[in-house]
Design a protein around this ligand. Structure first.
Ligand code: C2E
Ligand code: MG
Ligand code: MG
Ligand code: MG
Length: 287
């Protein structure tokens, strides 16, 4: 009985492993073809100031898989990085995002800025030339483009990555540190990075309106989280950076962040990532 049950278990485990490996390889093949088959497209999430004015959008990649439906970038971006497909994907994102800026211009919507996420592997030496060629082909000013990089990215390949970021900034492209607070930055490290923007990670913003129970048993807003974000905002400002809050979901967070002097806000409360057409519908003012 024991032997049989163990055997069955092993068999079952093996086949699910096979399935897993197979599906991973299939997914990789599917991703390879996704660009040519028009399954990849961008959504855009607005970034607003405290007055609700549109400062720009962040381009977020979407994959509509024919059988599996929508697959999250959190799943396929790592796969693209491991397989090297990220170079083609990254090129597609940059071209499409810049082309969209021109299309918005043509219908009369002025979009101040476009932010694009970059993977570690894309930031190899000479990458700035790809950016220049795409901007030139769309006749778009570098000052309208922002690139978002993460701390882990910079730790992996300091030298090469930093050189590219410096070159991009010299052109006028803005550099944002994404998901700030998730990584391992020391303060001295942070101050040495060539940055224009700090994006405060959603995990900090989330904690802001978690209720703390104080001595009397009353509940009150979590001051510790609020103070921490306040400190990040002053630090960022003292380094000359603009601060963007990510993942703003509640009025309480929005109000709290405004009081702390945050510059820019992004999150479901203000706007979800949406299609280019939906951006026009929401932000085009008829004059
Ligand atoms: P990210 O760059 O930090 O992008 C923000 C993510 O937070 C997006 O998820 C967005 O939909 C989500 N988000 C925005 N506001 C809220 C909110 O209020 N609440 C919650 N819960 N989530 C919110 P998404 O689109 O699934 O993207 C996930 C990650 O995938 C991105 O995180 C980015 O790291 C990566 N990614 C997306 N597009 C690209 C791309 O074109 N290239 C690269 N290299 N990475 C990308
Ligand atoms: Mg981002
Ligand atoms: Mg982020
Ligand atoms: Mg993130």
């Amino acid at each position: 009985y024991h032997a049989k049950s163990r055997g069955d278990h092993a068999l079952c485990w093996e086949s699910s492993l096979d399935k897993h490996v197979a599906s991973r390889m299939t997914l990789e093949q599917d991703l390879r073809q996704a660009i040519d088959r028009d399954q990849l497209y961008l959504h855009y999430q607005p970034q607003l100031n405290a007055e609700g004015e549109l400062l720009g959008v962040e381009a977020l990649l979407r994959w509509q898989h024919p059988e599996l439906g929508m697959i999250s970038p959190a799943q396929f971006i790592p796969l693209a990085e491991e397989t090297g497909l990220i170079f083609r994907l990254g090129r597609f994102v940059l071209e499409e995002a810049c082309a969209q800026m021109v299309r918005w211009q043509e219908v009369g919507l002025h979009m101040p800025r476009m932010a694009v996420n970059l993977s570690a592997r894309q930031l190899t030496s000479g990458y700035e030339h790809e950016v220049i060629s795409v901007l030139e082909s769309q006749n778009l000013s570098p000052t309208r483009l922002e690139v978002e990089v993460t701390e882990t990215l910079l730790i992996q390949d300091m030298e090469g990555g930093l050189a590219v970021l410096n070159a991009l900034r010299e052109l006028g492209v803005r550099v944002a540190l994404d998901d700030f607070g998730q990584g391992y930055s020391s303060l001295s490290y942070l101050s040495s990075l060539p940055l224009d923007v700090l994006k405060v990670d959603r995990s900090f913003v989330m904690k802001m309106d978690a209720l703390a129970i104080v001595d009397s048993g009353n509940r009150c807003p979590n001051h510790q989280a609020t103070q921490l974000i306040g400190a990040i905002i002053s630090l960022g400002h003292s380094l000359g950076h603009e601060i963007v809050a990510e993942g703003v979901e509640t009025e309480a967070q929005f109000e709290g962040l405004k009081q702390l002097g945050c510059d820019s806000y992004q999150g479901f409360l203000l706007a979800r990532p949406m299609s280019a057409d939906a951006i026009v519908e929401r932000f085009m003012t008829v004059s």
